[in-house]
Design a protein around this ligand. Structure first.
Ligand code: CP3
Length: 349
């Protein structure tokens, strides 16, 4: 008999399974064991491209907290790197990318995705070997829009102004870049699925900076294309879409046939999210990472509101955005115990 994975059950629409729990950015700098291994590995991308180290880092939070899912340790910016745009990470500053020539980016080559990212696929196989049968492995990519914001600016920017401006000034060229990234994302996610991931999540962290009609073009349309292509090739693999900063978009996401899960961010209204999505999509979210950092009453109230709001629906407990490096380990332990106790008491699982 195959062992059930609560994350997959929830994404199949079940609301009576154990409430699955994982955290965005769960492998990372709040964990002493990550910091130790990171220091030994040298630069961040070498860690992403070292299957043995990346697999170890992927499994660290599962060993410590018994989460229901591991998320592949990699980064959304390995895709531009694989396309031929040089990427590096500066400690304390974040990602840097070699400037993209907006008049000629014909050098970006999707033909190299599979060979360049072979070490990431190897990480997936290794993690699968080390993961218990009731735990799911999540693969991911950045959504084309979010990845494009870094490619155009050459670094993270506050309001993603360089990419938004280029999209207005030369819509055709920007559209070509989004198409390349859509194609690259499909290849990359298929590679992860073929290597063994159980679920994929598409991170559109900067969806919120776009005007509504632009968001339709640069976020929703690519999401529909990517999810359609993945579903055609791998109908059994659930897909979670996370468009941060644009709660009204849930009405549109509820209609996308090929996604099963919708990640909701910290600022989302719980009642609105439930009314819009429940019965149509599995909801994932949305504890404020700062409430987790703060602990105490803020943490208790945050957890209670989410469990009361979503506990009776198909739901995955998560944060509203990535865990912060300063977060005390004890607060994460407290969160896990509290969600587990609620799940046992209300669902018997
Ligand atoms: O545990 C996991 O979630 C898996 C691995 C993962 C990383 N990045 C590792 C990482 C995932 C899923 C991501 C996604 C990612 N990367 C996003 C989308 C999600 C989000 O948080 O909005 C974005 C926008 C990026 C790009 C990126 N990578 C930035 C802006 C930075 C610098 C800021 C930061 O958090 O340090 C990174 C670096 C990065 N990616 C680190 C980790 C663990 C820290 C690097 C280090 O160890 O020095």
């Amino acid at each position: 008999m195959t062992v059930k994975k609560p994350l997959v059950q929830a994404l199949q629409g079940k609301s009576d399974c154990q409430i699955p729990l994982w955290m965005m950015r769960q492998a990372g700098r709040y964990l002493p064991e990550y910091k130790k291994l990171r220091a030994e590995a040298g630069d961040f991308l070498s860690l992403c491209y070292s299957p043995s180290l990346a697999a170890e880092v992927t499994l660290q939070p599962i060993r410590r907290f018994d989460f229901d899912a591991a998320i592949l340790f990699s980064d959304i910016l390995v895709v531009p790197d694989a396309l031929g745009q040089r990427v590096w990470f500066v400690t304390g500053e974040g990602p840097k990318l070699e400037p993209l020539d907006q008049n000629d980016f014909s050098g970006l080559d999707i033909g190299k995705i599979n060979s360049h990212l072979a070490p990431v696929f190897e990480t997936v196989s290794r993690v699968k070997d080390g993961l218990e049968d009731n735990k799911a492995l999540i693969g991911f990519c950045g959504a084309p829009w979010t990845v494009a914001t870094y490619m155009v600016a050459g670094e993270g920017t506050k309001e993603q102004a360089p990419a938004r401006l280029w999209a207005y000034q030369d819509e055709q060229a920007f559209s070509r870049l989004i198409d390349i990234l859509t194609e690259a994302s499909i290849i990359y996610l298929k590679g992860q699925i073929e290597a063994g991931v159980d679920v994929v999540q598409i991170f559109d962290s900067w969806a919120g900076s776009l005007a509504e009609n632009e968001r339709e073009k640069w976020c929703l349309e690519p999401l529909r294309k990517i999810s359609r292509a993945i579903k055609e090739a791998h109908p059994e693999i659930p897909i979670i879409g996370f468009l941060r900063g644009a709660p009204l978009v849930y009405q549109e996401m509820a209609k996308i046939a090929d996604i099963e899960g919708v990640g909701i961010d910290t600022a989302s209204d719980i009642d609105f999210a439930r009314e819009t999505l429940s019965g149509k999509k599995t909801i994932q979210g949305n504890l404020d990472p700062l409430a987790l950092l703060a602990g105490g009453d803020a943490l208790d109230e945050g957890i209670d509101r989410i469990l009361e709001g979503f506990g009776e629906t198909a739901f995955i407990f998560n944060l509203g955005h990535g865990i912060l490096p300063e977060t005390p380990i004890a607060h994460v332990e407290y969160l896990v115990a509290k969600v587990r106790a609620y799940s046992k008491a209300t669902r018997g699982a």
